[in-house]
Design a protein around this ligand. Structure first.
Ligand code: C2E
Ligand code: MG
Ligand code: MG
Length: 686
């Protein structure tokens, strides 16, 4: 056999037809009217039509209508002497799909060289066209994208970048080809950042995040970047594609917002928000390292005068200059903040000793005391400084700032231009203030309520009345007893306010009980301040009327010590109350002066023997003597005795034996809410 493709002379026509039929391309022949006269088997593969069905049909019948005119035109040209045509048309396949086909055709001639049709091949190019289309699309995405795109080889050398890359980075394509993307690096990220990026790329095949780069002109460029690895069939990384958008504007905006939220617009100093942030961080750090920090509250003396005399613009000018002077005076690690107005706060990191802080404070005061050159003329102010040290004067930002404020106010009172360290008084004052605030809120939100503890007749053990005792139903701490929250507000307006509220509630409750048929007295505790209130008698009388309670059913308990504080005034209000029928008891009797002289002057109906004596009377002879003496004394003055804190039956029996009139204590009942008291009363002898 001849190994070449040239047919051997002995090749038969049948063999030739087999060869033609086995070709992948369609081989065709048409007559002069364009009707198929020969098609090989590839025709069926290409179009799905059987060859026998297609033969005799005009070729146009299988061409897409939009390509028919062009195909017919070219066919005419072939008939008219054109030697060859090559074009692409869409063929209609049997399943309704289109195939893109490249047509190559020549005229076929008879022995006389007359053209009687055409001969040629059809090649399916659908796949190739699709690939080309995809590539064109990819290219147009690459070129048209608004995101910058860079493609690197596996070693990270740039092999292509798009137009947006050039525009965003300012580098031309030729400048970066073959180079590493690190040419863009801004130096803002450390090695660990890039190591983590490469680790993700190698392990996960992708990394995304924000990155600071630098443009060709040196300006910083914030990018939102995604890098993906391109893999080959074996999974090896063949390329990396980095796509990024420019978010520099966005970042700047964010920074501006951040600044506005954390810095004072006038002086550029940290504001209250950032101040407490920093203080919190400093405290955490100092706690770890067992170091000290100083928190200085500074208020300008005479600032208001400058503002009033020369206007706000001058005031602002002075604040800016003062801020600058303070900043200059302190070390870089220290903070000057402006929480508002003419208040500043200095945070001194690592304040080793009071002496060291005092030196810094002195320097700051000196710096402020020098005249300020304002546009309107020279001005002078000074500073008053209060200094709180961590941890001695507080452990939270709030405590430290409040205590420093108190010390600053003291510095002002002491003549200004002066620094004071926090003293014990300041700490107590500010803690009391905080407590008062919480209690006031509790009062207004109805967290204060009354419990009632019964009192019984010592001889019959029948209930004779109850004492109203205040409770704070704290949302977090639960039930809080008065001993924990009343002493701190001693002598304040809030104390009076609470007493009035207790009087209102107590009287209303007593009114309800009276209407329910409980024949009893109600004892209400009063603070010294309320006892001195000139309107006490009038108000109590009014409340009694409102709630339909005979005033004699109300007993006001006043501490012996409170009653003696301002005797003549107390006697006046007590007498005014007594005139409207209200009774008084001296509470905790025996803990004050217990002077016979005073006792004679005060219009009291009962003495309440302090529970300390009662508790110890069976074990301590001295206390037993006191109890006996008080009972005797009361008898001599014609007043009743009430023993409180009766916790056991032997106590109750001993007190009764001594001649005590009324008993109150856990042995009989604990203080309880009104409904519980009603239930308790129902179980008692009448
Ligand atoms: P107080 O007026 O001497 O009230 C008696 C206190 O002794 C009450 O404590 C009561 O719960 C407690 N107690 C009663 N029986 C026993 C007992 O058997 N054993 C023991 N260990 N304690 C007993 P509470 O309720 O904590 O009140 C403490 C103080 O707070 C009162 O002492 C009173 O001075 C004051 N207080 C209570 N409520 C008010 C109020 O509404 N206004 C004013 N201004 N002060 C009030
Ligand atoms: Mg009492
Ligand atoms: Mg008492």
């Amino acid at each position: 056999m001849n190994p070449t493709a040239v047919p051997c002379p002995e090749t038969t026509a049948a063999e030739l037809r087999d060869v033609v039929h086995d070709l992948r391309e369609v081989v065709f022949r048409t007559d002069a009217q364009g009707r198929w006269v020969f098609l090989n088997r590839a025709w069926t593969e290409l179009t799905g039509h059987a060859v026998a069905d297609s033969l005799g049909e005009p070729f146009q019948a299988h061409v897409h209508p939009l390509d028919r005119d062009c195909a017919a035109q070219l066919f005419t040209e072939l008939l008219n002497g054109r030697e060859e045509v090559r074009h692409t048309v869409r063929l209609l396949a049997g399943d309704g799909r289109l195939r893109w086909v490249e047509v190559w055709a020549r005229p076929s001639r008879d022995a006389a060289q007359r053209v009687h049709g055409s001969t040629g091949t059809l090649t399916d190019v659908s796949e190739r066209l699709r690939t080309e289309e995809r590539l064109r699309l990819a290219a147009s995405v690459f070129d048209g994208a608004r995101e910058g795109i860079a493609i690197t080889d596996p070693q990270g050398r740039i092999i292509d970048v798009n137009a947006a890359f050039e525009e965003i980075t300012g580098y031309r394509r030729e400048q970066v080809l073959g180079r590493n993307p690190s040419v863009l690096s801004s130096g803002r990220h450390d090695r660990a950042f890039y190591q983590a990026m490469w680790k993700d790329l190698v392990e996960k095949g992708a990394w995304s995040g924000e990155i600071w780069n630098r443009r060709a002109d040196g300006a910083l460029l914030a990018e939102l970047l995604r890098i993906s690895a391109v893999r080959d069939a074996q999974g090896r990384h063949t390329h990396y594609v980095a796509i990024f958008s420019d978010i520099t504007g966005l970042k700047r905006q964010q920074e501006t917002l951040e600044r506005l939220a954390h810095y004072d617009a006038l002086t550029g100093l940290p504001n209250r928000v950032l101040l407490s942030d920093r203080l919190e961080t400093l405290i955490a750090q100092a706690a770890r390292r067992r170091e000290h920090i100083a928190v200085c509250s500074l208020d300008l003396d005479g600032f208001k005068e400058v503002n009033d005399a020369w206007g706000h613009a001058s005031g602002d000018e002075l604040l800016v200059q003062a801020a600058e002077r303070m900043r200059q005076t302190l070390r870089g690690a220290d903070t000057v903040a402006r929480p508002g107005g003419d208040e500043f706060v200095l945070l001194l990191d690592q304040a080793q000793s009071e002496a060291e802080v005092a030196v810094v404070a002195e320097r700051v005061l000196q710096a402020l005391a020098a005249p300020f050159a304002l546009n309107a003329g020279p001005a002078r102010v000074t500073g008053s400084l209060g200094i709180a040290l961590y941890p001695q004067h507080g452990r939270t930002p709030d405590q430290l700032l409040r205590n420093a404020d108190q010390a600053m106010l003291r510095a002002k009172r002491q003549g200004k231009n002066h620094a004071c360290f926090v003293a014990d008084d300041d700490v107590q004052v500010s803690e009391r203030e905080q407590h008062a605030q919480a209690l006031r809120r509790a009062l207004h939100q109805g967290e204060l309520s009354l419990h009632y503890q019964p009192k019984v007749d010592a001889r019959t053990l029948r209930p004779v009345g109850a004492e109203a005792l205040l409770r704070w139903v704290h949302p977090e701490r639960g039930l809080v007893l008065p001993g924990e929250f009343l002493p701190q507000i001693h002598g304040t307006e809030l104390e009076c306010e609470i007493d009035w509220r207790v009087l209102e509630h107590g009287m209303a409750q007593l009114g309800r009980w009276m209407r329910q048929g409980h024949d009893m007295t109600l004892s209400i505790n009063l603070s010294a301040a309320t006892l001195l209130h000139p309107q006490l008698a009038t108000r109590v009388a009014q409340l009694a009327r409102e709630h339909g309670v005979p005033p004699g059913r109300l007993e006001l308990e006043v501490l012996e010590t409170a009653a003696l504080a301002d005797l003549s005034a107390v006697v006046q209000t007590m007498e005014a109350c007594a005139r409207v029928g209200v009774c008084f008891a001296l509470d905790d009797f025996g803990t004050g002066y217990s002077s016979l002289h005073y006792l004679r002057q005060l219009p009291v109906k009962s003495l309440k023997i302090d529970q300390g004596f009662v508790r110890r009377m069976l074990t301590d002879e001295g206390d037993m003597h006191i109890v006996r003496a008080v009972v005797g004394l009361a008898g001599a003055f014609g007043v009743r005795t009430v023993a409180e804190g009766v916790e056991t039956q032997p106590h109750a029996q001993a007190l009764t034996a001594l001649g005590c009139d009324v008993l109150q204590g856990y042995w009989f009942a604990r203080p309880m809410a009104a409904p519980a008291l009603e239930q308790w009363l129902a179980t008692q002898p009448h």
